[in-house]
Design a protein around this ligand. Structure first.
Ligand code: BEZ
Length: 211
């Protein structure tokens, strides 16, 4: 099943390193990240999970829960977590799904048969509090993901969910954003009292509204 932006994130109940989880209940009102790892005891995944653990406070500030999935068992994950904590100088305190039956991996289209018939690629799904998929990215197993980008995407999604703006190229928190084309010029001053700059009819900047 291929999942697209705007689709409901499929629900599931699974065993994880933190006990049984029903995905939608576990998410509650939070934003969520569900991301896949090709296999346990592998180098790139070890660094990615370590970085996730180090970013615990950044995810918490953004009301975002993180759930990892790897196609090995929960028992295997528990042994691997000791290595991750030791080598990446962190404490993995978020759940990792045991998915030897590929239930979640298949549900979220994380196994790309032409890459591998058994291991997942590196998928990331960003899920909103309404349980809808807001964004997704996919990397091959050989390319570790950029977690600054993952956090940046959450910032953009949360900002654009609240205000009629979009985030331009390479945008980072604190930088100017662009005003949605649906907003008429005449309505800009009342909607964006911090000021604005008109470049042309469709490119209008304003300071980040919630900063
Ligand atoms: C890794 O995590 O290092 C990895 C896993 C599967 C294939 C290639 C790299």
């Amino acid at each position: 099943m291929s999942l697209r932006i705007g689709d409901e994130a499929p629900d599931f109940t699974v065993e994880t390193t933190e006990g049984e989880i029903n995905f939608h209940k576990w998410l509650g009102d939070s934003w969520g990240i569900l991301y896949s790892h090709p296999a346990d005891y592998t180098p790139v995944c070890t660094t990615e999970l370590g970085r996730t653990a180090q970013l615990k406070n950044e995810f918490a500030k953004r009301n975002t829960k993180v759930l990892a999935v790897s196609v090995d068992s929960v028992e295997s994950h528990k042994g691997w977590i000791k290595d991750i904590n030791e080598t990446q100088n962190c404490e993995v305190e978020f759940p990792i799904i045991g998915d030897p039956g590929r239930k979640v991996s298949k549900l979220y289209d994380m196994i790309h048969e032409n890459a591998s018939t058994t291991a997942t690629v590196r998928s990331v799904y960003f899920i909103g509090p309404d349980k809808k998929i807001k964004a997704s990215i996919t990397y091959p197993a050989s390319t570790g993901r950029n977690f600054d980008e993952i956090v940046r995407v959450i910032d953009s999604l949360q900002l654009t969910a609240k205000y009629s703006v979009a985030t331009p190229v390479d945008w980072k928190v604190g930088e100017d954003v662009v005003i949605s084309t649906s907003i008429k010029d005449a309505d800009i001053p009342s909607k964006f009292p911090k000021g604005h700059k008109v470049v042309n009819a469709y490119l209008r900047y304003t300071p980040q509204p919630n900063k």
